[in-house]
Design a protein around this ligand. Structure first.
Ligand SMILES: [Zn+2]
Length: 284
C-alpha cells in the first residue's frame, strides 16, 4: 500500500514540476533579422529612410512581489517613466503613434523634427493604473499592443478600461495576436487566426480601426510578415534594437529599450542612429 502511495506521490509531483518549469520558461526576444527575411530584402533598395525611436516598455509599476524576478526585470517604476516622458517633453519631442508613422511612410504627413513613439506590449493592467495618468499629465501619445485572450484577467486590462483610454484620444490600440503566440514555425492557418482574429476582435469590441501590429517575442519570418500585411496592418514592430525605419522594414520595425535612462543618457540612446548590422548579433 505504502509503495503505491509513494509511486503515486512521485508521479504527481513530477507532473507539477514539469508544469511549473514550463510555465516559468522565459522565451528570449528575437534580436536579429532572420536570414530568410534578410535574403528577401537583400536586393531591394530602400526608397525611404527615417530615424524614429520607438521605445519599448512592458511593466511600469511598483512591483509588490519582491521574489517576482521576471516581472522586476521587465519593469520600470512609474517615477522613472514620468521622468523619461518629462525629459522628452522638455527636449521638444513630439509623441507619435505607429499610425502616424504609417502616414509618414505613405507620404500623407511629414515627420516632425524630433519625434518619438512610446510603445507598450501585452496590455498589462498597470498601463491603465500607472502609465495612462502620466500620459494625460504630459499630454503624450502612446500605443498599447493588446492580446485579446489576456483581457479581463487580474494582471491585464479590462475591456472597459481599454474603452476609456481609447476615448482619451491619446492612446492607439495595436494588436499582439490572440494568445501571445510565437508565430515562427506555426502552420499558416494558425498564424492567420492569431493575427487576423486579434485585429477583428479589437475592432469589434472598441469600434475602432486597428492598423498596427507587434510580434510576440519579436518573432517573425516571411510568412508572418505576409499574413500581417495581407490582414491590412500598416506597420509591425519587433524587438530588434534600432531606430531606422524604411519602407522595406515597415513590417519588422526596430525598437529601443529605454530601461531606467532619463535625461542625457535617454537622449543619447534615441538620437544615436542604430540598426542591426548583418552578421553581428545586436546584443545590448
Ligand atoms: Zn508581448
Amino acid at each position: 500500500m505504502l509503495k503505491i502511495l509513494i509511486i503515486f506521490l512521485l508521479f504527481f509531483s513530477s507532473i507539477l514540476i514539469y508544469k511549473n518549469s514550463n510555465f516559468n520558461k522565459v522565451i528570449p526576444d528575437v534580436v536579429e533579422i532572420p536570414p530568410e527575411v534578410q535574403k528577401s530584402i537583400a536586393n531591394t533598395k530602400p526608397t525611404k529612410q527615417i530615424y524614429i525611436p520607438i521605445l519599448l516598455y512592458h511593466y511600469v509599476e511598483y512591483v509588490k512581489d519582491a521574489g517576482d524576478t521576471i516581472r522586476k526585470s521587465l519593469n520600470i517604476i512609474p517615477a522613472v517613466f514620468d521622468a523619461e516622458v518629462k525629459t522628452l517633453k522638455d527636449k521638444g519631442y513630439t509623441f507619435l503613434t505607429p499610425k502616424d508613422l504609417a502616414d509618414i511612410l505613405d507620404d500623407k504627413s511629414k515627420l516632425p523634427e524630433r519625434s518619438v513613439i512610446l510603445s507598450f506590449d501585452d496590455g498589462y493592467r498597470d498601463f491603465y493604473t500607472d502609465v495612462f495618468p502620466i500620459l494625460k499629465k504630459y499630454n503624450a501619445k502612446a500605443i498599447t499592443y493588446i492580446v485579446p485572450n489576456f483581457l479581463n484577467k487580474p494582471n491585464n486590462m479590462d475591456v472597459w478600461q481599454l474603452k476609456e483610454i481609447v476615448k482619451s484620444g491619446l492612446v492607439e490600440i495595436g494588436a499582439h495576436t490572440m494568445n501571445h503566440a510565437y508565430l515562427v514555425g506555426l502552420p499558416k492557418k494558425r498564424v492567420e487566426y492569431e493575427v487576423i482574429q486579434s485585429k477583428k476582435y479589437l475592432e469589434k469590441q472598441l469600434g475602432i480601426q486597428v492598423v498596427s501590429f507587434a510580434y510576440p517575442y519579436g518573432a517573425f519570418d516571411n510568412q508572418a510578415i505576409n499574413v500581417v500585411k495581407d490582414a491590412g496592418f500598416k506597420t509591425a514592430v519587433t524587438t530588434i534594437h534600432g531606430n531606422l525605419v524604411m519602407d522595406i522594414n515597415r513590417y519588422f520595425i526596430y525598437r529601443l529599450r529605454p530601461g531606467a535612462r532619463v535625461g542625457e543618457s535617454l537622449i543619447k540612446l534615441i538620437e544615436e542612429k542604430s540598426f542591426p548590422k548583418p552578421g553581428s548579433p545586436n546584443v545590448y
